[in-house]
Design a protein around this ligand. Structure first.
Ligand code: AMP
Length: 599
């Protein structure tokens, strides 16, 4: 079937979210998954036919799927890194894409400890904008009256840097909030934020959060939804309120702004918003001064219909805490996206988090799927290229790793996400986000894998050598009971000379050395965002890990195959470990972090 080109990106001119147009557009896309995918691939390949990258594989102008699949390899970031580095260093020749690379988006996925740099082109912004424009029309089908109030959505920008060749490198949302698509957006009654743009665009996270919270409190009756991008961000905002409500109430009582808010643009806009309101200040004091913070969100923002946060994937660990603070409000996970490409949306946003499925929109990029089986991982080799499945051909119930080809020039790129097919909307598959491959620990957007944890443990255990001590076993878990959450590492030590055990000071220092060894997204969370608390080492009694093994064997594990889990979350195992702890140690200082890349 022929697909009109304008279906690929019809720019969202129509802001009436009640109109049937956006929903009709989704129907059209999902009814034509395969022809649209074919067209997208052909567009990408013809647009980038003369790039250095595609020329290497001798496509000779072919734009069909068969030639593409037989000639272009499946790659990881590490495969592309030398070329990405050339772009970062200033090479402006068409390496991946015939369009100029407008900037780099810094992913929360890391490579050699630093954020991955994803090249992007200016028209990608339209694709992102398109996906955003579909979210409220979908939501409107389930929740009425969203145009009668505002959204308290905590949005932040992060530090940006320039590469050696002068390209800006920043996170995708920072790029979006700073773009004209956001700053010059037309009035849209369904997307009115309580936060002024001046606060969202302030890089100082305290001033930004303070102002956004203050505005949210002042406009408490108008707030219809409360949110942040990810669940961890909303919990950080609640924690911020716990720590700062007295000053916020003072500002509201007196109509004066906290002197810590020094950003002139914020001061100016707040002079119009902030007026003395002793009654509101008393209300906030009454609600926040008590010990009990249960349902605090609906107590302060009584008209909240739902929490606008993503709670799938690593964020699922925050669901009980969000339920506690909100009295179990719905948590629609509206979209699934990454720095590389925006993928799709959740067409049934009011479903339970465990039932959330994302519909990948076929016009966002060209999507392929590598069958995934945890017990039988596929090793990719150049000689036997893997058989990838097309978007329209994935099978219900099966697990796949997502592979993308983008307009900006990533070809058959492994994103690292594992998805399971849960159903179809028309001919378009829907996926449950299963997990990110190889991620052991995550509190916020940090993703720490097994190799990083191993390296960090090795570096820290160097400090124990002078005490004739070594780490014989270790495991970890992400403790999210307190906000911010923090990494907990259990260590079993072997002391060859018990008369001279490692001192408290040295073990604390081990925590800091581990943090210094972790990737820059972790360190940024610790230093700039305060979204991760100090790393903790819990030293356990000798023999604890053997008991752990006995426990696993008693539950059916084979002695031959048993491996110490490097991350634990199962309650009986945690209880066993915690009951054997002999000492607790915390990082005494923040690790090193600057926006500049280490290499
Ligand atoms: P980044 O490139 O830093 O924006 O990270 C993108 C990654 O975040 C994706 O590849 C996923 O692993 C994860 N992610 C994004 N959206 C979701 C979602 N809705 N649910 C679960 N994980 C998500």
């Amino acid at each position: 079937m022929a697909v009109q080109s304008d279906i690929l990106i019809p720019l969202p001119r129509d802001r009436d979210h009640k109109s049937a147009k956006p929903l009709h557009f989704i129907e059209e896309l999902t009814l034509n998954t395969d022809p649209i995918q074919e067209k997208v691939l052909a567009q990408i390949l013809s647009q980038n036919a003369h790039t250095e990258y595609l020329k290497r594989f001798h496509l000779n102008g072919a734009t069909d799927r068969q030639t593409f699949k037989s000639k272009v390899p499946v790659v990881t970031y590490e495969d592309l890194q030398p070329d990405i580095q050339r772009i970062a260093n200033g090479d402006r020749s068409p390496i991946f894409c015939s369009h100029p690379i407008s900037e780099f988006l810094t992913s929360s996925g890391t490579s050699a400890g630093e954020r991955k740099l994803m090249p992007t082109i200016s028209q990608d912004m339209d694709r992102r904008q398109l996906l955003y424009s579909l979210l409220m029309p979908v939501m409107n089908q389930y929740v009425s009256g969203l145009d009668k109030g505002k959204a308290l959505h905590f949005l932040f920008i992060k530090a940006e840097t320039k590469t050696a060749g002068g390209l800006v490198a920043r996170p995708v949302l920072t790029s979006y909030y700073k773009s004209e698509q956001f700053t010059k957006r037309p009035f849209d009654p369904y997307n009115v934020l309580t936060s002024p743009d001046e606060a969202i665009l302030c890089q100082d996270s305290f001033q930004s959060m303070y102002t956004q919270m203050l505005c949210g409190l002042i406009m408490r009756h108008e707030v219809l939804r409360v949110g942040a991008v990810f669940a961890s961000g909303l919990l950080r905002a609640i924690r911020f309120l716990q720590l700062n409500w007295e000053q916020l109430a003072h500002d509201i009582k007196t109509g004066t702004l906290n002197p810590k808010i020094t950003e002139p643009s914020i001061k100016q806009c707040m002079s119009k918003i902030l007026k003395p309101d002793p009654e509101l200040a008393d209300f906030i004091t009454k609600e926040c001064s008590g010990e009990n913070w249960e349902r605090i969100i609906v107590r302060i923002w009584p008209n909240t219909k739902y929490l606008d946060v993503i709670v799938t994937g690593a964020m699922a660990q925050y669901i009980p805490t969000l339920d506690y603070y909100s009295g179990g409000l719905p948590k629609p996970c509206t979209m699934y996206a990454s720095s590389e490409c925006f993928f799709g949306l959740n067409l049934k946003p009011m479903s339970q988090p465990s039932d959330v499925s994302y519909t990948i929109l076929p016009n966002m990029g060209y999507f392929e799927f590598l069958p995934h089986d945890d017990s039988n991982p596929i090793t990719l080799s150049k000689d036997s290229p893997p058989r990838l499945v097309d978007l329209a051909d994935v099978e219900l119930g099966k697990f796949y790793e997502l592979i993308i080809t983008t307009y900006a020039g990533l070809c058959r790129y492994r994103v690292g996400d594992i998805l399971q097919v849960t159903g179809f909307h028309n001919s378009d598959p829907q996926f449950r986000f299963v997990r990110r491959k190889n991620v052991l620990l995550s509190i916020d957007s940090d993703k720490t894998d097994e190799a990083e944890l191993q390296k960090a443990t090795e570096n820290a255990s160097e400090l124990l050598k002078e005490f004739n001590t070594s780490v014989v076993e270790y495991t970890s878990f992400a403790d999210t009971k307190s906000i911010p959450g923090h990494y907990v590492i259990y260590w079993e030590l072997l002391m060859k000379d018990s008369s001279c055990p490692p001192t408290e000071e040295v073990l604390n220092k081990c925590c800091l050395v581990m943090e210094e060894s972790l990737n820059s997204v972790y360190r940024q969370g610790r230093v700039a965002d305060n979204s991760i608390g100090p790393l903790e080492i819990r030293v356990v009694k000798n023999g604890t890990f053997e008991e752990l093994m006995d426990y696993a064997i008693s539950r059916g594990a084979s002695i031959n195959q048993y491996k110490v889990p490097r991350c634990v979350s199962f309650t009986p195992i945690m209880e066993l470990l915690d009951s054997r702890v002999v000492s607790f140690h915390f990082s005494p200082a923040a690790p090193h972090w600057t926006p500049e890349r280490r290499r």
